[in-house]
Design a protein around this ligand. Structure first.
Ligand code: HEM
Length: 207
């Protein structure tokens, strides 16, 4: 059904928004603590920053697991099918144009970025928990992998590649939000208020 909307449209539920901000804050903290730990390498605070890094990693792990579950049992705009739009991706690729219609919920093209980001977050959580166990004998895998010092070399590289990929996603995500703001589209506020405003002439697609 296509219809024009003049009123704000309630879309993102409170738990989805809390998870977005918990995940975003955990990632900012993970970036800051890893950089500070490297900055203070061999200094008295190095261990403290790695401990804070591991702690932030637990927050990301909990946020990601909850988001995975919410994508299965949550309301329509939190479900995984709300970020799965192969027909739109195919049409955009064949016409080399972005979709003209707006839809309630996640933007179909931005959703590709979200799926990519969640994949990289999963990689970071798995390699991070492995590194915490093998390097610091900490975390839920410590009992199993605490003696596996060799894991440091195996997991270190993908953990660093994932870090760069996540920085790329954050740069693109924030640039897109600023771009929409500059065009007068109130996209960014939707992750705070849960409401979306669509321009009348473009209409809103409900699917
Ligand atoms: C570390 C920084 C950030 C990360 C890692 C991040 C990550 C994400 C992810 C993974 C999603 C998909 C959400 C879902 O699961 O439903 C998302 C969506 C979204 N984010 Fe962020 N985010 C960050 C910062 C921000 C900021 C600063 C804003 C602006 C206030 C923002 C606004 C939004 C909005 C509006 C959406 C939904 C867009 C749509 O309609 O498709 N994000 N973000």
């Amino acid at each position: 059904m296509t219809q024009s909307l003049t009123h704000p449209h309630r879309v993102f539920d409170p738990l989805l928004r809390v998870l977005h901000w918990a995940i975003a804050l955990a990632i900012v903290s993970l970036i800051a603590t890893s950089q500070l730990a490297e900055w203070f390498e061999h200094g008295p605070y190095e261990k403290t920053f790695w401990n804070l890094h591991i702690l932030s990693g637990y927050v990301l792990t909990a946020g990601l697991l909850t988001r995975l579950l919410w994508g299965v049992v949550g309301p329509a705009s939190a479900r995984w099918r709300d970020v799965w739009h192969p027909a739109v991706w195919k049409a955009s690729l064949s016409t080399m144009r972005l979709p003209a219609k707006h839809r309630a919920g996640h933007d179909p093209i931005a959703s590709l970025g979200y799926l990519f980001a969640y994949g990289v977050m999963a990689l970071m959580v798995i390699t991070g928990l492995g590194l915490a166990a093998s390097e610091f004998q900490a975390g839920p895998l410590a009992g199993w992998l605490g003696d596996a010092a060799w894991l440091e070399d195996v997991l270190g590289e993908p953990h660093e590649v994932g870090f760069v990929l996540l920085l790329g996603f954050i740069g693109l995500h924030l640039t897109a939000l600023v771009f929409h703001q500059w065009r007068g589209e109130r996209v960014a506020q939707s992750m705070v208020t849960g409401k979306q405003y669509h321009q009348m002439e473009s209409g809103v697609q409900h699917d």
